[in-house]
Design a binder for this molecule. Structure first.
Ligand SMILES: *Cc1c(COP(=O)(O)O)cnc(C)c1O
Length: 373
């Protein structure tokens, strides 16, 4: 009996393609027999986690037979204090991807729409379509713009209508590394209708050094439909344990809480995140290393006549003026894992995560061998 099980899935899921993560180091070692590769593919912190976070997790290992604190009290309290908001404004997630999905489940469904930009984070269209809502994709900034391929807020505004329940804005955006100034983003937010929520995804906030870069949490008082998402996966170096959070009006947090899995933020993640928050030295070292690495990589591109999108995050999108997937494959054989951007509609771009100075040098030398530069 032949049966196509995909016909049994809900319509939104039938049309989905799964998220494509960066290639794990173990896969490259196994598939190509390559020893000691470096992975600059998933915007992970090359310094690793804070030693305080590792210690905190080690101290909590013996208690993993117990369920986590489903309310995440201690972590929520620490975050609320730090951000100057009430604890009831904080929602913890299994990474901030979890918060994005909770937003979709609470506010989107068949008949409603969400607005995103082209070349924005790939998880947005997935969570929108999975719940049967329609993703409306705004044209991005032109390649010659100061923020090439970045969010065009006017184009996004133009797609907002009475069916729009959510707008997703990544600031800075992944994979472009482009960012939005406070004034422009605030004006965009002010102009949204009362029936539209706005997610501002600040996964890379801690890396940004631009004075005009806004802290969207400060707008929550005036904007009850704003949801800011942040994560411990990037500068805090805790991508593997999965901790992220949303900050919103308490009523929005209450709605997210209704669809949340009771124990979505595990006990090790809660302990690690709490300890990581206190290690400000680790965060500033990570930020400084990143600024130096971004400069090193941008300079290397310029010296070789390679274009790149200006980035304020911990990665750089390099323009090769030729299809990037074969270059990505050749770099794998050079034991360097990066990300081709063809699935982000940027077929000639490679996204590389900023590594340590030695890793950046290895990447540049491998690129020279592959490109013949
Ligand atoms: C990495 C990233 C996230 C965070 O993902 P986690 O689930 O917290 O690991 C969120 N948004 C963007 C744009 C990202 O690049």
């Amino acid at each position: 009996m032949s049966c196509d099980l995909t016909t049994l899935a809900v319509a939104g899921v039938r049309g989905l393609r799964p998220y494509q993560p960066g290639k794990p180091i173990e896969d490259l070692e196994r598939e190509l027999g390559i020893r000691d590769p470096i992975k600059l593919a998933s915007n992970e912190n090359p310094l690793g986690p804070s030693p305080l976070a590792v210690q905190a997790m080690q101290g909590a290992l013996g208690a993993v037979s117990r369920y986590p604190d489903g309310n995440g009290r201690a972590l929520k309290r620490a975050l609320a204090q730090r951000l100057g908001v009430g604890e009831e404004c904080v929602t913890l997630g299994n990474g901030s991807n979890d918060i994005l999905e909770l937003v979709a489940r609470a506010f989107l469904g068949p008949g409603s729409e969400a607005v995103i930009s082209e070349h924005a984070f790939a998880v947005y269209p997935i969570v929108i379509q999975a719940v049967g809502a329609k993703a409306r994709v705004a044209r991005p900034n032109a390649p010659a713009h100061a923020m090439p391929y970045g969010h065009d807020l006017q184009a996004m505004s133009a797609l907002v209508n009475e069916h729009t329940r959510v707008v997703f804005v990544a600031n800075p955006n992944n994979p472009t590394g482009t960012w939005l100034e406070g004034q422009a983003l605030k004006a965009f937010l002010d102009a949204l209708p009362d029936t539209t929520l706005c997610v501002i995804d600040e996964a890379y906030l801690e890396y940004v050094l631009e004075p005009a870069y806004p802290d969207a949490v400060a707008w929550l008082g005036d904007h009850p439909r704003l949801i800011v998402t942040r994560t411990f996966s990037k500068i805090y170096g805790l991508a593997g344990v999965r901790a992220g959070y949303g900050i919103s009006h308490p009523q929005v947090a209450d709605l997210l809480n209704r669809v949340r899995q009771p124990f979505n933020c595990n006990s090790l993640a809660q302990r690690a995140a709490l300890a990581a928050l206190d290690d400000e030295g680790h965060v500033s070292r990570s930020r400084e290393l990143n600024a130096a690495g971004l400069a090193q990589l941008s300079r290397a591109c310029e010296e070789r006549g390679l274009g790149h999108i200006p980035s304020v995050a911990n990665f750089l999108c390099i323009e090769l003026a030729r299809p990037a997937p074969p270059v990505y494959e050749a770099l794998l054989r050079e034991a360097v894992i990066v990300r081709p951007m063809d699935n982000y509609a940027l077929p000639n771009h490679l996204r590389v995560t900023v590594g340590t100075p030695a890793q950046n040098t290895r990447l540049i030398q491998a690129l020279d061998r592959v490109l013949g530069t």
